[in-house]
Design a protein around this ligand. Sequence first.
Ligand code: S3P
Length: 430
Amino acid sequence: MDKMTLNDPQAPLRGTIAVPGDKSISHRAVMFGGMAKGRTTVSGFLPGEDCLRTIECFRLLGADISRTGTDLVIDSPGIDGWQEPADILYTGNSGTTTRLMLGILAGSRVHSVIAGDESIARRPMKRVTGPLQQMGADIRGRKGAQYTPVSVLGGPLRPIDYDMPVASAQVKSAILFAAMRAEGTSVIREKEVSRDHTERMMQNFGMRVQAEEGVITLQGGQELVPVHVDVPGDISSAAFFLAASALVPGSEVVLENVGLNPTRTGMIDVLEAMGTDFGVDVSRSDDSEIRGTVTIRSSSLKATEIGGDLIPRLIDEIPIIALLATQAEGTTVIRDAEELRVKETDRIAAVAEELGKLGADIIPTDDGMIINGPTKLSGAVLDSRGDHRIGMMAAVAALITDGPVELRGPGCIAISYPEFFEHLNNLRGN
Ligand code: S3P
């Protein structure tokens, strides 16, 4: 297994970086470009492993996709012109590719089989295959289509009126993709509002979709018109440097072109509640995805409470927020986050155990954790467990430990942030 030793704790971070493209939006740009007939172009694409899997799936379906760095040109025959893939659609570690593709394939005209790595094989798929089957999709898979591999025989679909039992943009998006192909009007009701990139991109590609107070209404059968998509930087990647800068004394970091879609900015609310010294400057809000510059300085932190409808707005940031909480004065409580149990790893267990090895005081609960701070952290051997966000949390923790941290399995960080260590070194003047 790959491993690395992270030395030189306490060196301040100073400088400016542009974080890589947003993972959720990059996936969707390829998906919409692959479904729309004609040429879609994309800039700011994230060439992380997960998004590259999505590209491979669409190549197998017959889209011609060329990539130069972070620019894509997608020429597609459109969903009705796809070829039957000659191989399985392999989604690697990517839950977003797996779940969203199920919704897309259900209403296509091809037969396909989807499978991913051993983490994907453990992740629940019934939350997507269930509603798709209600729409008439022909989907079979392991344990009654609860788990991958899953086979999808695309065909005609019925519209759905669906109350979502979990707040999940992946589930919502899969149903919306299927609803695009259904005859009639579908209605999806969200428990709590989750990231809305799919709805926004539908509008960019010329569709009419209504989204109000958690109720989304979509008329099936609308055409997609290919466009240019400019992907903003990923706030979920920025989160690691926001935290690093807040934690290491003497730091000041400027993060440019960060996506500031309000369904994603829960981390900003938490930085505010914890009393960090930061500023947000919106640079562009004239298109469907707001973006701007975030500046943050090292700060003394206070504990906070996180739960309810804030959770979907920061679900991927909870590991790094937990690290912040270990250095905050008081008790931080995170609740209503049981979804963390079914991410790339069980992130409640992974965060509590890995940060616990450094000396953090974290009590895992069924739906979150209780963190007492501040605690001094010391060096130890940590394991990413193949989860990119646990790997980056460990690397940021190593900035404030007494003594070096050995990180096992840092390679998975390339799933969402291939230049993570390069950016870290630049900010530390190395
Ligand atoms: C994502 C939705 C979230 C998030 C994941 C990306 C998306 O998952 O954790 O990293 O792009 O739709 P859930 O839908 O399971 O909450």
